[in-house]
Ligand binder design. Structure first.
Ligand SMILES: [Zn+2]
Length: 503
């Protein structure tokens, strides 16, 4: 007993907390690097990195002495995050490759620790920093903010198994530059602006005309060579599954997706040539289109990209049924399952990349379906669902704020829903006046309310005027003050997301 006491008496962390009894030490963060001791704390609403016996002053911070020992107290800013990533490589994103992976978008920048606790129990590689250009604009965060939040989370949890960082829905070379500069390693190319949906309704003559006008120089082939190769070809896939496209299908498929292929090739080349030293992996997303991606369209995109030397780690088709934001799948699950297996067979034939499930939040029945197939590799993307768990926490811990945010979100709905695929209606939300404070959290299990809250995150977090500024501050403070509740809500919710794959 005497010995143990002595040991604790000399423990710098114990001495530190004696000097600052109101501080919470994140015990999983403690790491001794060649005699320098690092750990993270929270004091009030802010977190810090603490260094004991700092050998240099690489990190910027305030020097403090307590219990006779010297510490440096460093804010979690970008400069310190850069140094952290250099010193502790496990806080830097890695290439995930074709391993099963899970995208855990974190729009508030505070869900990472709970995400890691959830994923740590599974075989999935976490993609912690995952943000699209649209999300960055709407939340007013930079790509650096997003990656830094991920690195600090990893450090806080002492997570050493590697994580990915996904610049999502990138449309231009500028978008790529932005993500490379911040240190992202996964690049999701979104060529949706190049999809020619009108191809399906075109006459034979128009199809031929448009087909000839495709950028064949970029596609590195003559149009007649392409037709010679494709017309009459039969593609045999696993499970004896075979595709023999008609000439019309071939022409329409190319008119619809030819520029998607050439644009993807252009961005992939740009990434490789302009940022040649930067570790990078590519996903292609064609999920945000009106019509589901047919099997032949998928095959066409995959085979042509392969021919052009573009290697993908994952591809997101637009699946059948409805993948609305923040709620479960709507559609025929048996049909989804059948289609999924066929998409998988195509992915396996053209490089063995993962199928990527976009708008993956809350698609519990889809996870069951994929889990039950137990075949191929998958990447799932979630983001909005973590924001909704934050709001569930607010509903429990700060009902007044929750009521304000929901009322405000209802007023924003018509405007904010525009770029989203949803069917929720504000008029179906129960009258707030009739609900007791203790009943508010149940609204987070109500589809219409979920979608109204889901689409207005940008207005709440980064809208014009004082209202939003006040919301964001109060929201973050409520979550920090109720960190344990917030984490347990996230853990419970992600358990539901992850368990179905574990079959
Ligand atoms: Zn998407």
């Amino acid at each position: 007993m005497q010995h143990k006491k002595n040991e604790i008496g000399h423990n710098p962390i114990t001495l530190f907390t004696k000097g600052f009894p109101d501080v919470k030490v994140y015990i999983n963060s403690v790491v001794n690097d060649g005699g320098e001791l690092f750990f993270m704390i929270r004091e009030g609403f802010e977190s810090f990195l603490i260094i004991h016996s700092a050998k240099t002053d690489r990190y910027t911070g305030r020097k403090i002495t307590t219990g006779g020992l010297k510490f440096v107290k460093c804010p979690l800013n970008h400069d310190n995050a850069e140094i952290l990533r250099e010193q502790f490589p496990f806080t830097k994103p890695v290439l995930v490759g074709k391993r099963n992976s899970y995208g855990l978008g974190d729009r508030l920048g505070n869900a990472g620790p709970a995400h890691l606790q959830s994923i740590g129990k599974t075989e999935f590689v976490p993609v912690l920093a995952q943000q699209s250009i649209r999300e960055l604009e709407r939340t007013g965060r930079t790509a650096e903010d997003v990656l830094d939040a991920a690195s600090w989370s990893v450090f806080r949890e002492g997570y050493r198994d590697g994580f990915g960082a996904d610049g999502d829905h990138l449309k231009t070379t500028n978008d790529i530059d932005l993500m490379v500069k911040a240190g992202f390693t996964m690049f999701t190319i979104d060529p949706s602006e190049y999809v020619a949906n009108e191809a399906l309704g075109m006459s034979e003559e128009d199809l031929h005309g448009n087909f000839e006008k495709l950028p064949w120089d970029l596609l590195d082939e003559h149009s007649n060579e392409f037709l010679d190769r494709m017309v009459g070809a039969s593609f045999v896939l696993e499970d004896g599954f075979e595709l023999i496209p008609s000439k019309r299908e071939i022409l329409a498929g190319m008119v619809k997706y030819g520029r998607v292929i050439s644009h993807t090739k252009k961005l992939a080349d740009y990434l490789r040539d302009t940022h040649s030293g930067h570790p990078a992996e590519l996903e292609l997303s064609v999920d945000e289109t009106d019509q589901p991606t047919t099997l032949f369209e998928h095959l066409l995109i995959a085979s042509e990209l392969k021919r052009l030397g573009v290697e993908l780690v994952s591809l997101a088709p637009r699946f059948c049924g409805d993948f609305e934001k923040g709620i479960d799948f709507k559609g025929d699950l048996e049909e989804f399952k059948k289609e999924y297996r066929q998409h998988l067979a195509i992915a396996e034939k053209f490089g063995g990349y993962k199928l990527s499930i976009h708008s993956g939040s809350d698609k519990f029945s889809v996870y069951e379906a994929i889990g039950s197939l137990n075949a191929g590799a998958v990447h799932v993307k979630t983001a909005g669902t973590s924001y909704l768990e934050a709001l569930r926490t607010v509903a429990e811990a700060n009902p007044t704020l929750f009521r304000q945010i929901l009322r405000f979100s209802i007023t924003r709905f018509d405007e904010d829903k525009k770029s989203y695929h949803i069917s929720g209606r504000p008029e179906n939300i129960p009258d707030l006046k009739s609900l007791k404070n203790t009943e508010l959290k149940n609204l987070l299990d109500h589809d219409d309310t979920r979608q109204v809250l889901h689409v207005s995150y940008g207005s709440v977090l980064h809208g014009q005027g004082e209202v939003s500024v006040a919301f964001k501050k109060q929201l973050m403070e409520t979550l920090t003050k109720n960190e344990a509740l917030y984490e347990s809500n996230l853990l419970r919710h992600f358990e539901r997301h992850l368990a179905p794959f574990d079959s």
